[in-house]
Design a protein around this ligand. Structure first.
Ligand code: ASP
Ligand code: MG
Length: 424
């Protein structure tokens, strides 16, 4: 017997037929004798609709400010998950399974006070563990908890992944299964590289890099939590027949296991190629090279909530002036330039230049730590396709390369095959 948390995303609960299918997946695990807790998202599209209602209400009242209270935003948008938790409980009950829905506040899932993007602080798993022990399935509304102000709080878009991992940690589950509309995590986006392979296993660290680089399978925060609490997390499809052979396999269900690197025996040097389009580059020319200059640049950008990514500073030629280049999402360029111009005196630079329409392609793999020549292979492969490199940054397990956006797909395909990731 094992204890399993099963999370179903929006497309998996998109209509009543799919909810019935979800219930069949749950039934399979219950009948195998496992203790089960279920975490659900809102039906796909529902959260977007609720968000738009919140945004449109002040306008409909003739207000010229789009202001709305974040606590009331949470009250509205959390309702999508309330609906699916009840429906899944009803579907299970109608199949003869003992099930009960739970809202975040009922457990309780305690969060901080950042309404709209709250963080989970604490989950009391006692009652859920007790009920599971009595054979009851807890169907928990994802995405929501209760803040210190005693009001409903939501965890940010995609937050029900984080709910599921946090609940798995708090009830000490053996597994957290994330059921979604894809059957696992791929070596790169299969829509761009049809030869992409589904990975059997990927380490938390690698997945974190892939998730933050735009492989949108899981909310980044959920991977961080899984890594901290070592929650073995499977990404798998809810669209497969719940009773197909192997679906109930305890140790190796079909899908991708995200786990501790120690569990990965055959480690490849490179496990995947991630990419992010719509990047822009900003360069500060003839910047004074003195202590505090980076703080003077990135402090105000952070205060303006501009997410800065690749940062490259040149070694100064004469010890007095240098150049600094960094990337921001395309949509933030104008805002970033304004912040820099506003602080020009304080920072001390000559001109600010920018370029949009760029893409960042990243090669990821924990095997890089112990292998030489990994970066050189990427540069050679891109050179052979005449793709120009604008900036490079590296970490222990990642090489990120900034290129012209027009070449992003070619670059991804080239690197995918250069590192031997294409399926044969
Ligand atoms: N329903 C929420 C959203 O669409 C949370 C989630 O599905 O993870 O962002
Ligand atoms: Mg999601």
């Amino acid at each position: 017997m094992a204890r399993i948390v099963m999370k179903f995303g929006g497309t998996s609960v998109a209509n009543l037929e799919r909810i019935h299918n979800v219930a069949r997946h749950v039934k399979r695990e219950v009948e195998a004798g496992h203790e089960v807790a279920v975490v659900v998202s809102a039906m796909s599209g529902k959260t977007n609709e609720l968000v738009s209602w919140v945004q449109d209400t002040p306008k409909a009242n003739g207000a010229n400010s789009p202001f709305y209270d974040a606590r009331e935003y949470d009250t509205v948008v959390a309702s999508g998950e309330q609906v699916t938790s009840g429906l899944v409980a009803i579907a299970l009950q109608s199949m003869g399974i003992n099930a009960r829905s739970w809202q975040g506040w009922q457990i309780p899932i305690r969060t901080d006070n950042s309404h709209g993007a709250a963080r989970i602080m604490e989950i009391d798993g006692t009652e859920i563990i007790k009920r599971m022990g009595e054979g009851q399935v807890a169907v928990i509304a994802g995405f929501q908890g209760i803040g210190p102000d005693n009001r409903i709080a939501t965890l940010g878009r995609g937050g029900s992944d984080t709910s599921a991992v946090a609940i798995a940690a708090s009830v000490k589950a053996d597994r957290c299964d994330i059921y979604t509309d894809v059957d696992g995590v791929y070596t790169t986006d299969p829509r761009i590289v049809p030869q992409a392979r589904r990975m059997k296993k990927v380490s938390f660290e690698e997945m974190l890099e892939m998730a933050s680089l735009g492989s949108k399978v899981l909310q980044v925060r959920s991977v961080e939590l899984a890594m901290v609490f070592k929650v073995r997390t499977f990404v798998r499809s809810s669209f497969e027949d719940p009773d197909a052979p192997g679906m109930g396999d305890l140790l190796n269900p079909p899908g991708t296991l995200i786990c501790d690197e120690e569990e990965i025996v055959e480690q490849e040097v490179v496990t995947g190629i991630a990419f992010a389009k719509d990047e822009a580059q900003i360069s500060l020319r003839r910047l004074s090279d003195r202590p505090g200059v980076s703080a003077a640049i990135f402090g105000p950008l952070a205060e303006a909530h501009i997410n800065v990514d690749m940062i490259v500073q040149n070694i100064s030629e004469d010890g007095s002036k240098t150049d600094m280049t960094f990337t921001v999402p395309y949509g933030d360029v104008q805002k970033a330039i304004k912040v820099l111009e506003d602080n020009k005196e304080k920072i001390g630079f000559d001109v600010v230049q920018s370029e949009s329409g760029l893409a960042k392609v990243s090669v990821i793999g924990i095997g890089m730590r112990s292998h030489a020549g990994v970066a050189a292979l990427a540069f050679k492969a891109l050179a052979e396709k005449s793709i120009n490199i604008k900036a490079i940054t590296t970490s222990e397990i990642k090489i990120s390369i900034l290129i012209d956006g027009a070449y992003s797909e070619l670059a991804v395909r080239t690197l995918h095959s250069a590192y031997g990731l294409d399926k044969s």
